[in-house]
Design a protein around this ligand. Sequence first.
Ligand code: ARG
Length: 467
Amino acid sequence: MAEDTKDTTSSNQMWGGRFASGPAAIMEEINASIDFDKKLYAQDIRGSIAHATMLAHQGIISSEDKDKIVTGLNTILSEIDAGTFMFSRKLEDIHMNIEARLADLIGTAAGRLHTARSRNDQVALDFRLWVKEELQKAESLLTGLIAAFLDRAQEHADTVMPGFTHLQTAQPVTFGHHCMAYVEMFGRDRQRVRHAIEHMDESPIGAAALAGTGYAIDRHMTAKALGFREPTRNSIDTVSDRDFALEFLSIAAISATHLSRLAEEIVIWSTPQFGFIRLSDAFSTGSSIMPQKKNPDAAELVRAKTGRINGSLIALLTIMKGLPLAYSKDMQEDKEQVFDAAESLELALAAMTGMVRDMTVRADRMKAAAGSGFSTATDLADWLVREAGLPFRDAHHVTGRAVALAEQKGCDLAELSLEDLQAIHSAITTDIYSVLTVEASVASRKSYGGTAPDEVRKQIAWWRSRN
Ligand code: ARG
């Protein structure tokens, strides 16, 4: 799109009445937001159409002027959509760019649009509409990711893998159970998104500069026309509030943190040393020098996007923290942070969904690893508690001796002979071997939310019923 051909040689044509000269070049540069807030054009036009319609309905402007305004705004919408609109930095921002073009198109009636509003409530409206749409996109992307995980969990409800704490082998779990842990995380993210939509579902337009207006406007009418539940209640708060943006960024940061942990696991799992998964060609890259390599770049980039998103959250919190009520120009710096975070989150969610759907799960490798590292030691201790009546602490100690012996012999717990085990504790019988396999271990963990395949299948069904 072409830049800046408008003639605004002296003072600003929108607010320059009391100014004798135009801004310094550097003032224009620091002040102008059009380069990034042009993204809000569709929201700005929707808001203006609703506002003009309400003004006419209330008899504040004539319906002829309203019709001209609406037709003009729709023309501008198609010009911007088509890429033929000339944006001007001299006109500062999207609001004034559109209003100036409206004046070109329809003449003096354009000047009536800004009755009973200010750019302060206008920008609050545009940005809120944009963030609301972004939250709705995030909700559906999260639903897609959850669906991908539910399918993989179903497929692998019986696939045994090592469960880790401290990234050391802890106890066998199923891959389905591990997938469902992410379903819980992304499910909470989705709930947070839904709550945020509820919190922010109030229309700012009509708060005007900060104090409301003397015109007999109908804020309930504009709220309804723009798809909000109701108008905001306090005009000062309305033009000073960016909680909706902060809430979006907070949710994005938490969700990105979940994505990043998953990305980290994918990076680890896809190493030849682990070999738990194979990423599809579609989500990996090769090395320009080492022909054998297949790199998990998509996962690494998802992990890195978290840094950007967290940075945006901290930036906007810092921008807002010292601002007196009501509007200050500092707030213009809210947009780039949110735009960048939104783009990063969308990309990360989409790429992760693709990776999860496409990756090959190497059940044989998972199972082999699940059995190593004495992962069924807790099962041995539990058997001593259950079958021989030992207090758990004593059983823990006895099992520790069995692990030490197996380690010394270079074998698994299940490979120790009955004589060896009985030498450690006389109550041990051959029945012990039934709990030392990884399959028996996971099948026994039937507690609510545990890793037993039947339990995991119940959790999958619960999630499927509430999407
Ligand atoms: N471009 C401005 C922003 O993004 C619009 C509001 C300007 N308001 C004002 N009083 N200068 O915040």
